[in-house]
Design a protein around this ligand. Structure first.
Ligand code: GDP
Length: 582
């Protein structure tokens, strides 16, 4: 904050702060921004306690777009929907067909504008409502954005072709949506085709935790024909229903905040970015920080190609005026004050450099450390294997690892190569990828390196199990256990000053100075403590082994008797191991 803001917060004159800092050898002006150490210094001088919020781990941060201050001003906002599914199941056709039937040709401003998102108007419960579709290519964009910590999708529409059923990318899409905790609406497409078997699709989907409502489940499944435009209204209606339950809201009455959907450099216009507004309202003239790019909103174009001056929550606009091209998935924020915007942009640039270096590398080995620090009690895994048979065998064996303390969460397990999407999913969910007898798809290895995703390759199942089990055990807190050192018998007692020392014979193991001891007389333990002095032939000894005599003294215990037994032991931390339940 600036000196002025700090003065307000501390309820002192700003000159007071300038004076304090001057005395410490810092000349500052009233409008200057102070960093946290400096603020702490000033506060300390004024005897005010400072609490610094812990910076969140950048890599896994999913920013809350809504602040506490917004809570009293929340209004409903339209849902933002992503269409996902297997290739050729009709994602593009569905997107086009919804747009064509819902957006009158004239409205599109003559030119078909592609900005990566579009909205449709739907009549629902007597009211005109909107749905915003993200038009970015498939779920790759969805996951890539999530890998960057952005959460833009409220609802996922899963397209499954009725003549083809659940396919690998269908399963992948389900995993991605579930990992992001985004509700799924299923569109069973191509019902116009002869080979269409919608019931078979429903049946197959139940295996992945999606049970249709009419079968007592919770997932809405709508049969549609994207090509003929059949039942699209029902689909839209259902999306709005799910949106209602999700109670999506935002505060339009504040400066805007959201995520960059797409961005590129245009020769004539400069940096062009499509921004999805997730909270607040964006206006022409606003100062803007997007990722580490910065600028003033010069002009905005909406998804129908119209120039607009304002954009409200859930809508996407193309924005001109940024200094640089931000990356898809970057967050943006609007500010009223240029200085603030500039400071934040440069701060972000620093952080980005740093987080690229540190980016939440999740590896089997680091998970263990994380577990001890935080509350990490889940091991997220993605399994790719050569054939379905291996997948099932490995999943079956992993299930036998006891999971009462650490949950193994299998985000995805399929046969096939390790792909870029797997890497994205792993990066987004902090998962480790397990490859069994499989290879990388082109570019995936490099992507894994860049994203810092731990990919483990195996060709022997027991090695794989050993590592996973090791990781799971690493996640368990270590425990302190007693380790016996040896047993010693007291053979004589010698008075020394006001106390006594014991002349002993080490029967087994050894006796070590400063070790823990338990003194037994018969079956009763008469003292527990630490062995303070240990002598061998009148010389101080560090340890005495079995078969030797020695003198033992304990500062707080003198009541020795012949025949007492000294059990020596030490406490060691031990990594706990789990036995496989068979
Ligand atoms: P995407 O890869 O998921 O985007 O799939 P496309 O939208 O490109 O569709 C793949 C193919 O399926 C195209 O040839 C479409 O014409 C066809 N298709 C899409 N929807 C339907 C439908 O509802 N009925 C029929 N019969 N064909 C469809």
């Amino acid at each position: 904050m600036t000196v002025q803001e700090l003065a307000d917060a501390l309820v002192v004159a700003d000159t007071e702060i300038v004076k304090i800092l001057f005395m410490k050898g810092m000349a500052v002006s009233i409008t200057q921004n102070l960093d946290i150490p400096t603020i702490t210094l000033v506060a300390k001088e004024l005897e005010v306690e400072i609490e610094t919020a812990e910076p969140e781990a950048e890599a896994r941060k999913v920013t809350e777009m809504i602040d506490v201050g917004d809570l009293e001003h929340l209004l409903r906002r339209p849902p933002v929907v992503t269409i996902m599914g297997h290739v050729d199941h009709g994602k593009t056709t569905l997107l086009d067909s919804i747009r064509k039937t819902k957006v009158a040709a004239g409205e599109a401003g003559g030119i078909t504008q592609h900005i990566g998102a579009y909205h449709v108007d739907v009549e629902h419960e007597g009211k005109q409502q909107q749905i915003v579709f993200l038009d970015t290519p498939g779920h790759e964009a969805f996951t890539a954005m999530r890998a960057r910590g952005a959460r833009v999708t409220d609802i996922a529409v899963l397209v499954v072709a009725a003549d083809d059923g659940v396919r690998p990318q269908t399963v992948e899409a389900i995993s991605h949506a579930q990992a992001a905790e985004v509700p799924i609406v299923v569109a069973i497409n191509k019902i116009d085709k002869e080979g269409a078997q919608p019931d078979r699709v429903k049946q197959e989907l139940t295996q992945y935790g999606l049970t249709p409502e009419e079968w007592g489940g919770e997932t809405i499944m709508v049969p549609v024909s994207a090509i003929k435009g059949e039942n699209l209204d029902t689909l839209l209606e259902m999306i709005l229903l799910v949106a209602e339950v999700a109670e999506l809201s935002a505060n339009p009455d504040r400066s805007a905040r959201g995520t960059v959907i797409e961005a590129h450099l245009d020769k004539a216009k400069g940096a062009v970015a499509t921004l999805l507004i997730q909270n607040g309202t964006l206006r022409v003239g606003d100062m803007l920080v997007a990722g580490s790019a910065f600028g003033k909103v010069r002009a905005m174009v909406d998804d129908r190609g119209k120039r607009v001056d304002v954009a409200s929550p859930s809508f996407a606009v193309e924005v001109l005026g940024l200094s640089d091209v931000p990356a898809a998935g970057d967050e943006f924020e609007a500010f009223e004050n240029e200085k603030e915007a500039r400071a934040i942009a440069s701060d972000r640039a620093d952080k980005q450099r740093l987080s690229r270096l540190l980016q939440g590398r999740v590896t089997l080995t680091t998970l263990s450390a994380q577990a001890q620090e935080g509350e990490l009690k889940e091991l997220n895994l993605i399994l790719k294997a050569d054939v379905q048979g291996s997948v099932e065998a490995i999943v079956g064996m992993l299930k036998q690892i006891p999971q009462n303390e650490v949950q193994i969460r299998m985000l995805l397990s399929t046969a096939g190569e390790i792909t870029q999407t797997d890497i994205d999913l792993a990066a987004a969910s902090g998962a480790v990828i397990i490859g069994f007898n499989t290879t990388y798809a082109s570019g995936a290895r490099q992507a894994a390196d860049e994203a810092g995703v731990d990919v483990r390759e195996y060709n022997i199942i027991y090695k794989l199990m050993e590592d996973i089990q090791g990781a799971v055990e690493g996640l368990l807190e270590p425990e302190l256990v007693e380790e016996s050192l040896g047993q010693t018998e007291v053979r004589a007692v010698f008075p020394v000053g006001r106390g006594a020392v014991a002349g002993c014979y080490v029967q087994s193991g050894k006796l070590v100075r400063n070790c823990k001891v338990r003194i037994r007389r018969g079956s009763k333990v008469i003292y527990e403590g630490v062995l303070d002095s240990l002598k061998r032939m009148k010389e101080d000894a560090r340890e005495v082994n079995a078969g030797y005599e020695c003198g033992v003294g304990i500062d707080k215990f003198h009541d020795w008797a012949e025949g007492d037994i000294i059990d020596a032991y030490q406490m060691v931390t031990k990594r706990r191991t789990l036995a496989l339940t068979r």
